[in-house]
Design a protein around this ligand. Structure first.
Ligand SMILES: [Zn+2]
Length: 423
C-alpha cells in the first residue's frame, strides 16, 4: 500500500488523559483489575485497527496524519453488551406497575401475561416494523459507548416469526454501526398453542433441518435456552443445545435465575460460551463453569428491575470465573437499555471496582461472544472500536450514575457518534 493510502486510513488520537489498556479476555481474578492505565497517552489507528498506543512523547512521527484530540479525557475500548432481547416490540408498562404493586414474575406469566404479550406483538410485526422499533434503541446504545451487542430471537415462538426476528437483526446490522451477533432463542417459553406440550413445541423449533437452515443462512451464531423453573427443564435444554451445536450454532444458556435446577452444570457440560443470570448458582455450578471455560454473564439490571437479590459477582470473581456484565434489555424483566446504568449498579450494589466493571464490559463480554481475539481490548491489531469520555479517570466516570460522559464513539477507527457541542 502506498504511503498516501496508508495515511488516508490512519488516525492519531492524542491528548489522552487516561488510556484504559484492557488486555484481551477472558480475564479472571486479580487480572480483572490489575491491567494498566496509561496517563498522557496517544493511540494510532490504521485501517480500522489499533496500530500503536503508548506515552504521548513516544508517538511515532507521521506528518500529515489526521488527528483527534481526547482533550485530556479517558479513552476506553468500546463497550460490549453480550445479552439483550433486541429486537422486540410492544408495551408492557402496565404489567411492570402490577409487579411493583406486588405480583411476581411467575404469577404474571401463569396468568397469561408476561412474554405472551410480547409474542403477540412480535408475531404481528413485519421485519420493517421490528427494524423501525429497534433502530433508535441501538442508536441510543451507541451514544452510550456500546459498539457490539448480542441480539436474541425468542418472542416469535414459532419458526416463521422467530426467523423474522433474526432477519430483523441482520437488517439492523446493515442500517447502523453497532456490530450485532444473533442468537436463536425459540426455547424461551412455550406458546399458548402448545400449552402442556413443551416437547412437541421443541420438536418444531429445534428441528435439525430448521437449525441447519438458520446456521447455513448465517441468521444466528448462537443458540440459547431459558432453562429454569417455569421454563424448560435441563433435559429439554440439553436436547435443543446438542442439536444446535451439531448444526453449527454455539450454545449459551439462561441459567440459575429463578431457581437452581442444574442449568449451570449443563452449561459447563456443553462448554457453552456463556451462562447468564446465575442468581442461584452454587459451588458445583461454579466448578462446572470454571472447568469448561464458560463466561459468567451477570445481569444486575434484571435484579434491580424485579427487586430480587443480585447474583454474587464478587464470589464468582473470587472463584476464578471470567465475569461479564450485560443489560438483559427486554420488555418484561429489564427495560433498561443503558449499559452505563448496569455498570453503575455493578459498582454500587455488586461492589465491583471500576477496573473490574470495565473488564467485564469489554474483554470478558467479548469472550462471552467468542470474539476475544479481535475485540474488547486495547491491543495492537484489535478493532479500533473506542470510546472517548469527558472525564479524566475511570473513577470519575463511574462516580456519577445516570450522567452521560461519552464524548465520541469510534467503530473500526471511524467516528460514528459525537456529542454535539451544545449537549
Ligand atoms: Zn435474557
Amino acid at each position: 500500500m502506498s504511503r498516501h493510502a496508508a495515511r488516508d486510513n490512519s488516525l492519531l488520537i492524542r491528548d489522552i488523559g487516561t488510556l484504559a489498556a484492557v488486555p484481551p479476555g477472558p480475564l479472571t481474578g486479580e487480572r480483572m483489575q490489575t491491567w494498566p492505565l496509561l496517563h498522557d497517552a496517544a493511540l494510532l489507528v490504521r485501517d480500522g485497527r489499533i496500530a500503536w498506543f503508548g506515552p504521548a512523547h513516544k508517538t511515532p512521527p507521521d506528518e500529515g496524519i489526521a488527528t483527534l484530540s481526547a482533550a485530556g479525557g479517558t479513552v476506553i475500548p468500546g463497550l460490549i453488551d453480550p445479552h439483550t432481547h433486541i429486537p422486540f416490540v410492544g408495551d408492557r408498562s402496565a404489567e411492570f406497575i402490577r409487579r411493583v404493586a406486588g405480583e411476581t414474575y411467575l404469577q404474571i406469566l401463569e396468568a397469561g401475561g408476561g412474554i405472551r404479550v410480547t409474542m403477540q406483538a412480535v408475531r404481528a410485526a413485519s421485519v420493517d416494523d421490528l427494524v423501525a422499533a429497534n433502530l433508535p434503541r441501538l442508536r441510543r446504545m451507541l451514544a452510550g459507548g456500546v459498539v457490539r451487542v448480542e441480539c436474541k430471537s425468542g418472542y416469535g415462538l414459532a419458526p416463521e416469526p422467530e426467523l423474522r426476528q433474526l432477519e430483523a437483526v441482520r437488517e439492523l446490522a446493515r442500517r447502523q454501526p453497532v456490530r450485532l451477533h444473533a442468537t436463536y432463542l425459540a426455547a424461551h417459553a412455550v406458546p399458548p398453542e402448545f400449552d402442556g406440550r413443551p416437547d412437541a413445541y421443541l420438536d418444531l423449533v429445534a428441528d435439525p433441518a430448521l437449525l441447519a437452515d438458520i446456521a447455513r443462512r448465517g441468521l444466528a451464531e448462537f443458540c440459547d435456552v431459558f432453562c429454569d423453573r417455569g421454563a424448560f427443564t435441563v433435559a429439554q435444554a440439553r436436547r435443543v443445545l446438542e442439536r444446535a451445536r451439531a448444526a453449527g450454532l454455539r450454545p449459551r444458556l439462561h441459567a440459575d435465575e429463578l431457581a437452581r435446577i442444574g442449568a449451570t452444570q449443563l452449561a459447563g457440560e456443553l462448554a457453552a460460551l456463556s451462562a447468564d443470570h446465575l442468581e442461584h448458582i452454587d459451588d458445583a455450578g461454579i466448578a462446572a463453569l470454571r472447568a469448561a471455560g464458560t463466561v459468567a454473564v451477570v445481569l444486575p439490571g434484571t435484579s434491580f428491575f424485579l427487586g430480587i437479590p443480585h447474583a454474587d459477582a464478587r464470589r464468582l470473581i473470587a472463584a476464578g470465573l471470567p465475569v461479564a456484565l450485560a443489560t438483559d434489555y427486554n420488555p418484561g424483566s429489564c427495560m433498561i437499555e443503558s449499559l452505563a446504568w448496569i455498570m453503575s449498579i455493578a459498582v454500587c450494589q455488586l461492589r465491583l471496582q471500576p477496573a473490574e466493571v470495565l473488564a467485564a464490559c469489554t474483554a470478558n463480554a467479548a469472550a462471552a461472544l467468542g470474539v476475544q481475539s479481535r475485540a474488547g481490548a486495547l491491543a495492537v491489531g484489535y478493532d479500533a472500536d473506542l470510546v472517548l469520555l469527558d472525564v479524566p479517570t475511570l473513577d470519575a466516570w463511574l462516580y456519577e450514575p445516570g450522567r452521560p460522559h461519552v464524548r465520541a464513539v469510534l467503530v473500526g477507527g471511524r467516528t460514528v457518534w459525537e456529542m454535539r457541542p451544545d449537549d
